[in-house]
Design a binder for this molecule. Structure first.
Ligand code: SF4
Length: 333
């Protein structure tokens, strides 16, 4: 296959002063001939923006869906996970920096072949994950359509840094998203990870009414774990509905970050604050009691999903309702 076909012209850009301006995410990179944008995936080739990451797969694996994390979307099932290289943020604490911050080696996998890989694995869920899937826009869109035709559900595990128009285009093929809400403070996004909080909040609001979403906040000591910030973050999430699922995740020093590991007490405190206004709050990357990992019926407290590590088991649910109080469960099964 020729390079031109293998890597199509990208969507969402225009020419500007002999360069190209990418309009996919709020970075709006102005890209000189021969160069890539900040995410590394899109290159100015002779005055046209090429989706150079199209079909370029860094890694794939089969994970429990709980590992994404998604706790209310087909709990207990396995999900095919696939990633490209690159990211549009520069998080010093990135857990996957070896593939997100450089042009890691890839294998070209056309969309039709990826669908077959998921089918051969006997799975009905696929996630675009590990790095930032929204900068893989054209490929995820093409794969997403084919996956739907094959009865496979698409999941994005994303930082939410995308413009509203491309998000609107891709949402019809997306069934669920885990969106990072790294902080509720603009300074955190601007100064620490080189991003834009308003764009992330817009993505969350826009996606919430179109597909299943769960949110994840990695708690980093001294960066985003103050009482005031946790209250403000909870208020935003609760504003989407008290059924919105929120995960607090434990941070470990990686890449350039030198802050110490998140204390368990900080995670527990965050959960206590969030649970005042939210029905589903979970703690990840940490081994604590079932109250921080199982799903309970908000009506009567009965366990609905029993979790051990990343394995989920649906219990006490009959015909989509809690077996004890008959409240409709907020789970996609
Ligand atoms: S998608 Fe990539 S090239 Fe486009 S604006 Fe964002 S970081 Fe820049």
């Amino acid at each position: 296959m020729s390079g031109a076909v293998r890597h199509p012209v990208a969507k969402y850009w225009h020419s500007e002063d002999g360069r190209v301006r990418c309009l996919l995410c709020p970075n709006r990179c102005l890209i000189a001939p021969g160069k890539t944008g900040r995410c590394l995936g899109r290159r100015n080739v002779e005055g046209r923006l090429i989706a150079e990451n199209y079909g370029e797969v860094v890694s794939w694996a089969i994970d429990p869906v709980e590992k994404k994390p998604l706790y209310h979307f087909y709990p207990g099932e396995e999900i095919f996970s696939v990633a490209t290289y690159g990211c549009n943020l520069l998080c010093p604490f990135c857990q996957n920096w070896e593939i997100s911050q450089c042009r890691a080696p890839t294998r070209y996998i056309p969309p039709e072949e990826l669908v077959k890989m998921v089918q051969d694995a006997g799975l009905r869920l696929v996630s675009y994950t590990y790095t930032e899937p929204l900068i893989w826009f054209e490929y995820v869109l093409d794969c997403g359509r084919l996956m739907h035709e094959a009865g496979i559900r698409n999941v994005l595990v994303t930082n939410g840094m995308v413009e509203p128009e491309p998000l609107e285009e891709i949402l019809p093929v997306i069934d669920a998203m885990n969106i990072d809400l790294k902080s509720i403070r603009e300074e955190f996004y601007r100064d620490y990870v080189q991003g834009f909080l308003p764009a992330v909040l817009n993505t969350i609001r826009q996606a919430k009414v179109r597909c299943h979403i769960e949110l994840t906040t990695l708690l980093i000591p001294g960066r985003n774990d103050s009482e005031a910030e946790l209250e403000a973050l909870t208020d935003f999430v609760a504003g989407l509905g008290r059924d919105t699922v929120l995960h607090f995740s434990r941070y470990f020093p990686r890449h350039k970050a030198r802050e110490p590991v998140t204390p368990e007490a900080t995670l527990i405190r965050a959960a206590e604050i969030a649970k005042r206004k939210l029905d589903y709050v979970y703690l990840g990357n940490v081994h604590l009691g079932p109250e921080f990992r199982d799903t309970f019926c908000p009506g009567c407290g009965t366990v609905l999903v029993d979790r051990s590590g990343y394995q989920g088991r649906v219990v006490n649910v009959e015909a989509g309702r809690c077996r004890v109080c008959h409240r409709q469960v907020e789970l996609i099964l």
